[in-house]
Design a protein around this ligand. Structure first.
Ligand code: TXA
Ligand code: MG
Length: 363
């Protein structure tokens, strides 16, 4: 299949919509990562998403909605019930207040809510579960496409299953070129890690995936920091939150603190042996007496140590190191307080990327 690459123009928006209306799948930019979009109400379209990504059917998709819902005269939740996205039980649910508070503060934006599903969402979108994950993305291009369509769009990250998420149209082309009908190029994604996923149930908020919105901000909004789901490899509450994910092809060793204060580094480097060609991915600049020349190449996620900037660079730097022919092993580090802000999401992605890879003990 030939994959059309569209630049952002009225004509290409119309062409992308025509493809989506005829049950094809098209990669679209969001503010977090690129998504592979298809009609959420159409099984043929949704099946194509799973096929293109080689994604197992047990792993459900997020349904992306038009920002029009935020100004629906009857209110957000009643409009989504009317349109078959959410279940009518939500009308008088204890979760209703949280939905309204969170939507007002964070939508459009990088927050996904898992809620009881409506009848029109395809069974394959939800993995036959009784819930559906929904989000109103902020990216103008994605919103322009939604405005032109009479249905919402199911969209997972536009990478092959288990691999590094794409934050540019080039990344999508290298992952899915030849397997999808089109890619709409909206430039690099501004946030760079996926949305925060919250499940709302019985008046409680459960964090299924750390992401673009820190849990402290969620706590500020609803009065309580969400509790984290116990995520186990066999049966995680978010079925796609597998232990090994976001993975480069090369081994990645994660040091859970700043590399220049890690006392076991000399031993680690010795264990790896001189034959290994090492690439380094660090979250901030290292102390001046730290010898970077031991590494073939390095990338600094943020010269100022900012979580927001680090998140934006994470996947593209990881991808660059993975594609560097002079590197065999990637070593990454984290700040000492890696639960701070979006560092929680960065730490989560790097932990998964390093799972089942050589590991080193915490000091
Ligand atoms: O930022 C994002 O969320 C990006 C952009 C494209 O919107 N999308 C994204 O989708 O990251 P994906 O498919 O790569 O990750 C969605 C996660 C998966 O771990 C999936 O298992 C979980 O959301 N999920 C989807 N529906 C769910 C549901 N009903 N219950 C629990 N988890 C769900
Ligand atoms: Mg993904």
């Amino acid at each position: 299949m030939k994959t059309e690459i569209f630049v952002n123009s009225p004509q290409s928006l119309a062409l992308a919509c025509a493809l989506l209306e005829s049950s094809e799948v098209v990669a679209l930019p969001t503010e977090t990562v690129y998504g592979l979009a298809g009609n959420a109400f159409d099984e043929t379209s949704v099946r194509k998403i799973f096929l293109a990504k080689s994604r197992p059917y047990f792993d459900p998709l997020i349904v992306h909605l038009s920002r029009r819902y935020l100004t629906a005269p009857e209110g957000l939740v009643p409009a989504l019930i009317r349109d078959g996205v959410l279940h009518s039980s939500l009308e008088s649910s204890p979760d209703r207040m949280h939905i309204d508070l969170l939507a007002k503060r964070f939508w459009p934006g990088p927050l996904t809510l898992v809620l009881p599903r409506g009848a029109l969402v395809s069974d394959i979108v939800t993995g036959n579960q009784s819930t559906v994950a929904i989000r109103i993305p902020a990216h103008e291009v994605f919103q322009s496409v939604l405005r032109l369509l009479p249905f919402p769009l199911a969209a997972p990250s536009a990478n092959r299953f288990g691999r590094i998420s794409p934050t540019t149209a080039d990344h999508v082309e290298s992952e899915l070129g030849g397997r999808i009908a089109g890619i709409l190029d909206g430039g690099p994604c501004s946030i760079g890690v996926e949305s925060t996923i919250l499940k709302l149930e019985n008046g409680e908020a459960i964090l299924l995936r750390p992401g673009g919105i820190p849990s402290t901000e969620i706590g500020d909004c609803i009065g309580r920091i969400p509790r984290s789901a116990s995520i186990r490899a066999a049966n995680p509450e978010a079925p796609g939150m597998l232990d090994e994910h976001y993975a480069p092809g090369k081994p990645l060793i994660l040091i859970p603190e700043p590399i220049d204060s890690h006392r076991e580094l000399p031993g680690l480097l010795q264990d790896l042996g001189k034959s290994e060609r090492l690439g380094l991915l660090i979250h901030a600049p290292v102390k001046s007496n730290f010898d970077l020349d031991r590494f073939k190449t390095y990338r600094i996620l943020s010269p100022t140590g900012s979580d927001v900037e680090a998140a934006k660079n994470l996947f593209s730097f990881l991808r660059e190191l993975d594609g560097d022919p002079f590197i065999d092993v990637i070593i990454a580090d984290l700040p000492s307080d890696h639960s701070f802000g979006i560092f929680a999401a960065i730490a989560d992605r790097l932990q998964r990327a390093s799972r089942n890879k050589p590991s080193i003990p915490h000091k």
